[in-house]
Design a protein around this ligand. Structure first.
Ligand SMILES: [Zn+2]
Ligand SMILES: [Zn+2]
Ligand SMILES: [Zn+2]
Ligand SMILES: [Zn+2]
Length: 299
């Protein structure tokens, strides 16, 4: 019995030794490498091959080195720069390594086009006339991007507003109102000498005030002499007559050429005008109310 067992053990040992011998003697013969994963510009690839012995079928794997020329390129359209936004050069962008390339696969480092202060998006704006009550707009081009305005020659404009306002004419004496009145040529609104005083800013009541005012006045300024009749004197150049306002109210204009107007119309040109008892007296006319006296040539 013991001997039988010994024999069985021997047989098993011999068989297992034979099997091991067969296994040890097999030398794998591998087939062609098959690429499992192509290498890219950022990642290694992978290839594998198998033992051609179907009972073995052993697999070998090997990494394929990074291929720095194998990018995943996506086309990017070119965008022009404007006055407010940067542009982009048309190019190919690799989604893997992030590099950019031109059409010849040459890497480009800068695809941004700087903003261009001359590339406006101009919209024409038509002229709007100003009225007495509302501002107008000059004809121009408006950039919808940067908001700047330009004339038709491309020069930048700091303002396109035509200021509103009345077009008042010269003050004309209103005999009934005993007042000087200016009328807007557009809407016929009127203003009296006291309403908008820019044309008659200076009120003179005596000779000392007159000298002060004349010294401070500029060419073209008007001087209002406070008398019982309104007389305006216009400064011409740096010259002014020696205007004397003595108690008897005589206005001595010296040797200056004097133009006397009445209700806006010319009556007399002469050299001798006096103010007597509140009325202008010339060599040629009886005293009348409502004269304006301009010293020198009326501007
Ligand atoms: Zn094998
Ligand atoms: Zn890449
Ligand atoms: Zn612009
Ligand atoms: Zn008006």
């Amino acid at each position: 019995m013991k001997r039988k067992l010994t024999i069985v053990i021997l047989v098993v040992a011999v068989l297992s030794c034979l099997a091991t011998l067969v296994a040890c003697q097999h030398k794998c013969t591998f087939g062609e490498w098959q690429t499992v994963k192509e290498p890219t510009c950022t990642e290694q690839g992978l290839k594998e091959r198998y033992c051609t012995d179907s009972s073995c079928n052993k697999k070998e794997e090997e990494k394929i080195p990074v291929n720095e020329n194998n990018h995943n390129l996506q086309p990017v359209d070119g965008v022009d720069a404007t006055c407010t936004t940067e542009g982009t050069v048309a190019h190919q962008h690799c989604t893997l390594c992030g590099k950019n390339f031109d059409g010849n696969k040459t890497e480009i480092t800068e695809v941004t086009i700087p903003t261009d202060s001359t590339k406006h998006n101009l919209q024409p704006v038509s002229k709007v006339d100003a009225t007495c009550e509302s501002d107008g707009i000059i004809e121009h081009n408006h950039c919808t991007l940067c908001g700047k305005d330009f004339d038709t020659d491309g020069n930048e404009l700091t303002t396109v507003t035509i200021p509103k306002g009345h077009k008042f004419g010269k003050f004309v004496y209103d005999y009934d109102a005993k007042n000087y009145v200016s009328t807007c040529s557009v809407c016929s609104e009127t203003k009296s000498e006291n309403a908008g005083s820019e044309q008659f800013p200076l009120l003179v009541r005596n000779e000392d005030e007159l000298k002060e005012v004349v010294n401070a006045a500029s060419e073209g300024d008007y001087i209002k002499l406070a008398q019982d009749i309104t007389v305006f004197s216009k400064i011409v150049g740096n010259n002014y007559p020696t205007l004397l306002l003595p108690d008897n109210g005589t206005l001595d204009l010296g040797g200056y050429t004097v133009t006397v107007k009445y209700n806006g119309g010319f009556l007399v040109e002469g050299t001798n005008v006096t103010l007597q008892n509140g009325k202008i007296v010339t060599d040629y006319e009886d005293p009348k109310e409502g004269y304006a006296v301009f010293i020198g040539d009326e501007g």
